[in-house]
Design a protein around this ligand. Structure first.
Ligand code: SF4
Ligand code: SF4
Length: 288
């Protein structure tokens, strides 16, 4: 089963939830934690893995052979990302906009475009306690997170439980990270901002047909709009974590809730049991 842990906005404690769930379940199931928040990965701070594998992640960027080019403009036409501009006697390629899709070189009628690899980040893999840990790190200044996320997800073993820590928001990297999940936990806080961003995240998951449940962090602050919304939409609130200075201190020290406060172990195991109850029902609904 693949469980992604996402949030409509940053700073909700998503990584604390993902890592605490992994630690709570480490003896219950063979599991992987994949940190797909590749622009700012920080799950390793909580899990402290020993890395045994490191690889560069690259994307293929077009390279022009001016001798062959007729400046027909076909490559610029097919590039959905405006990464190529063709002038009467000149072609400009913008590698920082290129997604490495290969369409331009494939469709060039003169075979004037070849591909060269451009390194955009790294993937590291290792173990922490009983958890296989994989994360991607986008090089500072690079913009293409999805290819690294795809590379991290290529390491998923379907027969294991995979927990994916997703970047905040609802942009392309989030869609790439949650795509294919059996369930998505949305971590939010009961404030107007938390409510607004939760609705955006739920819309995204509905479009991807991924069932979801909510974790309310800092429960007790703000208002009850999140509760009311979840009730109206039939979205289960699976866990509530109160505003507690001791939890904030654990977070700032990079300690999971389960390790810092062992009484939370049972709550995270129940969270997983509740998800296991929901997933077959949701999958049944999808195939009806
Ligand atoms: S499609 Fe090929 S031939 Fe046409 S402008 Fe682009 S590189 Fe040149
Ligand atoms: S590889 Fe794709 S994104 Fe990159 S320049 Fe070519 S068409 Fe555009």
């Amino acid at each position: 089963m693949i469980i992604s842990v996402a949030s409509g906005k940053g700073g909700t404690g998503k990584t604390l939830i993902a890592t605490s769930l992994a630690i709570a379940l480490q003896d219950k199931a063979p599991l992987q934690l994949l940190d797909c928040d590749v622009e700012e990965p920080n799950a390793h701070i909580f899990l402290k893995p020993s890395f045994s594998h490191r690889q560069a992640v690259s994307i293929p960027i077009p390279q022009l052979d001016e001798e062959k080019c007729t400046y027909c403009g076909k490559c610029a036409e097919v590039c959905a990302y405006n990464a190529i501009a063709v002038f009467p006697e000149h072609v400009l390629i913008f590698p920082e906009l290129c997604h490495g899709c290969g369409a331009c070189s494939y469709l060039c009628p003169e075979n004037a475009l070849s591909e060269v690899n451009k390194e955009i980040g790294v993937l590291e893999k290792g173990y922490s306690k009983g958890v296989e840990f994989i994360h991607g790190k986008l090089t500072i200044g690079e913009a293409m997170a999805p290819p690294i996320i795809r590379e991290v997800k290529r390491h998923i073993h379907r027969e294991r439980l995979a927990i994916i820590d997703v970047s905040p928001g609802t942009s392309c990297p989030v869609v790439e990270a949650v795509r294919g999940s059996d369930f998505c936990l949305l971590v939010t806080e009961p404030t107007p901002f938390g409510f607004n961003d939760l609705t955006l995240a739920v819309d995204m998951l509905n479009k991807l047909a991924i069932p979801c449940g909510v974790v309310i962090n800092r429960d007790g602050v703000g208002d009850n709009q999140v509760e009311q919304y979840c009730h109206q939409e039939g979205i289960p609130v699976l866990l509530r974590i109160p505003l507690d200075i001791a939890i904030a201190q654990l977070y700032s020290r990079g300690v999971t809730l389960v390790e810092g406060m062992p009484r939370w172990q049972a709550a995270f195991i129940k969270l997983y049991d509740d998800i296991k109850q929901i997933v077959p029902t949701a999958q049944g609904r999808k195939t009806e």
